[in-house]
Design a protein around this ligand. Structure first.
Ligand SMILES: *Cc1c(COP(=O)(O)O)cnc(C)c1O
Length: 388
């Protein structure tokens, strides 16, 4: 089956009611016919659900589909993107291990590292996006176990060369863990380039309609057993309701992403000539520093467009206030187009130099391009620019 068909047709087996759409199993636990069966399921000698912190058929359907779409043996769902990322660290890293982590990662991932994982004795070194793997080699220590990165990165839209980095990881016996949230498996499958672990915030394009939080970790059966054991014991399990929303959303992922990307590419092209804008960033624009890598590993450029306003912080504030339709909100990957100003919001706590090293200039605006008509999206942005 092709990608679109798997996203629609893979599902838990039909119940005796022969429902057409996939059912939802909102139950905390499951029953047994006999004491012997209960014993066998608990012993792992017979397949069966026990308790929804461990497994649930609706959650399992979402996991199986995500594994099929990412091209990995298995996947484990979690309550949010952050819990997926946390699980992907603690299932594999223990006290005394060392992690190489891209500096261009989601703000909460950065805080989790600095405030919590270091407290567990997990050491880390930040990798600067504009360095190549040759420079990273110096950062490897005898206890280095994993490399973690995001591509495209949020909000800098930095593109890492997955094939090159994964070869380098294999050479140095390091696990490669990739946050594939911005691309989704429809545009980019990191496992095909050699990544060992793929993490997602399913809250973004996988839901795609701004309704629920969710996350998922994808990888080999052996690695996912470790993630499963962590989630089962620690409890950041995905709720059946959210899993049902997400598995239904996957049915439309391909058509939604096609339109998101078409709108985003056209918007980026159109904004390039605007006089209030210094630079437009979009992975598939020729002016993007890694556009050749983006075109090699992604089928389309994604739905996030950023631009740097000539007027800096003040222009950013005025631009947001001038918008009439685009939403001012923290989310991205919604049907609704969203504008944000990273330097005054999500990345406020970093120093100016830290922000600049991530490509976050004072006038940087991030647009999550939605599914409204392109004329309405671009019309709102252009009137907001004109009135700065
Ligand atoms: C939103 C986001 C996360 C965190 O996901 P939540 O579902 O909000 O916990 C992680 N990585 C990236 C790239 C994100 O955009």
């Amino acid at each position: 089956m092709k990608f679109e068909t798997k996203a629609i047709r893979l599902q838990t087996s039909q119940t005796k009611h022969r429902e057409h759409s996939t059912p939802i199993f909102p139950t905390s636990s499951f029953t047994f016919e006999t004491a012997e069966q209960m014993r066998d399921v608990f012993a792992g000698e017979e397949d069966g659900n026990i308790y929804s912190r461990f497994t649930n058929p609706t959650v399992r359907e979402f996991e199986m589909k995500m594994a099929a779409l990412e091209g990995t043996e298995d996947a484990i769902a979690t309550a949010s993107g952050m819990s997926a990322i946390f699980a992907s660290f603690v299932a594999f890293l223990k006290k005394g291990d060392h992690l190489l982590i891209s500096r261009a990662v989601f703000g909460s991932t950065y805080k989790m590292m600095e405030n919590y994982l270091s407290g567990f004795g997990i050491e880390y070194t930040f990798l600067t996006p504009d360095q190549g793997v040759d420079e990273w080699t110096d950062a490897i220590r005898p206890n280095t176990k994993m490399v973690y990165l995001e591509t495209p990165s949020n909000p800098g839209l930095h593109i890492y060369d997955l094939q090159n980095i994964s070869r380098w990881c294999k050479k140095h016996d390091l696990m490669l863990n990739v946050d594939n949230c911005f691309a989704t498996p429809y545009l980019q499958r990191p496992a095909a380039f050699g990544a060992d672990i793929v993490c997602h915030s399913a809250t973004k394009f996988i839901d795609g309609q701004g309704r629920v939080l969710g996350g998922v970790v994808c990888g080999s059966a052996e690695n996912m057993e470790k993630v499963f054991n962590f989630v089962r014991s620690a409890g950041p399990s995905l709720s059946p309701f959210n899993a049902w929303v997400l598995t239904k959303s996957l049915e439309t992922l391909a058509v939604r992403m096609d339109r998101h990307c078409a709108n985003a590419y056209q918007l980026a092209t159109m904004l390039q000539g605007q006089e209030k804008i210094k630079k437009v960033n979009y992975p598939f624009l020729e002016s993007h520093a890694q556009s050749d890598i983006a075109r090699r590993q992604m089928s389309q450029g994604g739905a996030i467009v950023t631009f740097d306003l000539k007027g800096g912080v003040d222009a950013g504030r005025i631009f947001l206030n001038n918008l009439k339709m685009l939403s001012l909100t923290a989310n991205l990957g919604d049907t609704r187009s969203i504008a944000s100003h990273p330097s005054s919001t999500t990345h406020r706590k970093l120093t100016e130099n830290e922000r600049l090293s991530l490509g976050i200039t004072p006038g940087l605006i991030r647009i999550s391009v939605g599914l409204e008509h392109l004329d309405d999206i671009s019309g709102d942005i252009i009137q907001a620019l004109t009135n700065i």
